[in-house]
Each structure stands twice: as C-alpha cells, then as structure tokens.
Design a protein around this ligand. Sequence first.
Ligand SMILES: *Cc1c(COP(=O)(O)O)cnc(C)c1O
Length: 426
Amino acid sequence: MFDNSIKAYEEAKEVIPGGVDSPVRAFKSVGGTPPFIERGEGAYLFDIDGNKYVDFVQSWGPLIFGHADKDVEEAVINTAKKGLSFGAPSPLETELAKEIVDMFDNIDKVRFVSSGTEATMSAIRLARGVTGKNDILKFEGCYHGHSDSLLVQAGSGLATFGTPSSPGVPADLTKHTLLCEYNNIENLKKCFEDSDDISCIIIEPIAGNMGLVPASPEFIKACRELCDANGALLIFDEVMTGFRASLKGASGILEEQADIITFGKVIGAGMPVGAFAASKDIMNHLSPDGAVYQAGTLSGNPVAMSAGLVNLRKLKANPEVYEELNAKAVKLVNGFKEVASKNNIALQVNTRGSMFGFFFCEESPTNFKEVGKCDFDRFAKFHHEMIKKGFYFACSQYEAGFMSTAISNEDIEACIEAANEVMKNL
Ligand SMILES: *Cc1c(COP(=O)(O)O)cnc(C)c1O
C-alpha cells in the first residue's frame, strides 16, 4: 500500500536530512513511512501510491477552504502571469494590510514576512527595541518558530531562564529567554519578580503546538496586567490561531488584547507568508520609519499576497463558516469520545473554531507537562491505523487538528466509524 512512498522516502533521505524539510513530517513520533503526496483536492490528499486520505492537517492550518481551492488557485495563476517578484512595492501588499488592519481595533499597521518564524522573531526584536529591555518570556509547550532565542527548554531546578533545546544555539542567546509554565499564574508572577528587564511576553493564547490547550481567561488577564505593570509588551502569536480560532483568531474570543500580533498560515492560504502587526506607535519604531531593523527580499511577495487576499476576503464575506467549521470539529471529536468510551478508552477533546485536539489521557491537560502524561503509544497506534483507513491526522499528540470547509459531514461520519474499528484494538 505504501511501496512508492517507501521508495521515495529512501531516495529523499540520500539527499535531504531525514528525507524531509521540516522534522515533524518524518513521522518519528508515530513510526512508519510518511506518505509522499502527489496532489491535494478539496478535503483529500492523494499519495504517490494512489491512496486517498481525508486530510485533517490542511498543511498544518493554512488551507481553511481545502486543497486547491478554485478562488485561491485562480488568483495565484493570474498574479503569477504578471511576474513572481519585484523587490519593489506593489498595491497587493496594501490591499492585504488593509484587510487585516480593518479587523482589529488594536492594530494600525502590519509588516509582511515569509514565514511564522520570521514574524515572531521580528515581533520580539520590535518589542525589545520599543521597550529598551532585553529579556523575553515564553511558555513551555508554546512554539514560536525555530529562531535561536525561542528554542529553549526548562533548565535545572527552579531556574526560570531556559537552556537551549537544540545544539547550535549558544546559551548566551537563550539567557535572555525566561521560561514559564502555561496557565500557571504564580509561576508567571515569579518570572517578573526574577527579572526587571522583561521586554515582552510571547504566548499562543490558544496553544496548538502541545495538542490544543487553551489558556484560561484568568491567565491571559494576568499576562496583560503583568505586562502593563512592568512596561512590557504582550505578543499574541496567532500564526496558527489567526483566522482559524475565529475570524479574529484568539483575539476575537478573548477579553484581553495584545500589543503585537503575529500571523502566518491562513494569511498565506498555502503560500509562504507571515506578518506582524501593532498600533502605529509601536510599528513606527520599525525601519525605515524607525531604528529597529527588519527586512526581506521576498517579503510581501505578490503571488503570496494574492493568495492571502482571497482567503481573508472569503472568510470576511462568509463569517458563518466558523460556526460550520466548529460544528464539524465538535461532531468529529465528540464522535471520537463516544467510540472511545464504548471501547473503555479515556479520551479528552477540545475545539476552538476550526481547530481541534484529542488526547489519550484521563484528564484534560492544561500545560505541557500534563500533555506529556498522555498515552503516546496508543496515539501512535491510532494514527497508524487511521492512515491505513484513509484518514490523515497530525503525526503527534503534540499537534492540533484542522477542519476545512471542504470536509463533509459524510467524511466525518466515515472517520468516526473508522475510529470505532481502530479503538476496538487499542
Ligand atoms: C507554525 C507556527 C510558527 C512558525 O511558523 P513557520 O511558518 O513554520 O515558521 C510560529 N508560531 C506558531 C504558533 C505556529 O503554529
């Protein structure tokens, strides 16, 4: 069933480290060979062995209208015919910026980059530049891309300063990164007691990189208050949740608002786009208006802008899709929960708009440590068997799931039925 993919994987490994250009794609945490994809169409992925999958990954979030959406495709083709990149300003950038700025009261200006990693990295530089402070505070289990100062793990004992989580990152570059437990207000307060040099808190307000684990409203409130009391900026990393958790992302759900928001994924509809945005007081610090340097040869790429414009305009014109997507996400995870309990398996589920998560554990996790206590072997087996039945889920319990409008209720019902079969033998 996977013969061609197995061959392709071996071939890829000869010339690409691990055979992949982003490690999660290698299926290391669930085992087996990743299917090599030939094409996507609506709800489905087709691999090079001719297998068809209902895709609940959606390129890790961007494809909210499914694969090869006709409107996005048309915009991309028409724009590409006029040239792929100019290295000079084009009106499409302003158009997309306006669509974003119009949606948020706390945002006046936006700068486009080419990935989520770049967006968060630049947002942090901006926060440091604006506040004149050096430390940043992040939370265990939140992912903000792979830039040096964000690749930290808990250090020994009670130290709040993180240690590098990857070789190649000097401790000198992470000594300004404080690490704190998600949803733990006491821990958060302690960080602010330990350092009077905190420039910003960066947080996934609805974490999607340790499964789906939302922050409590009280926790977000504490983040906001501690930032205000200490002259720090609050950054919502909405690279995943932006235009996913709701039309306005987590910002649209939560009471508290951020000073800087980062975007990615849906904003590019599958093209490489990221962005960071804030009030003009903050954004005016950026080069060329201000002194904080940031740049990109392909930033604001016209083809990418045209794809993002279609995604955002379609979402804004049809805000009811979020109810439809959430209803589908709820239908799926509730179905899973039901068949799990029929089979005496503990399963915890979460949804936020078009995002969903499920954990094989007794209690709903609220932070990274608790997610770590879930049954990873069971998840790996489940994942493997579901792939064989034609249902493509993120290959780690640390990842969220994504609904697209292209996925039908029939697809979901078939998926629940398959899950029932699989859970009988878990
Ligand atoms: C995916 C993601 C990033 C990194 O984006 P890339 O485009 O992969 O660099 C940053 N933050 C969050 C919350 C993400 O989900």
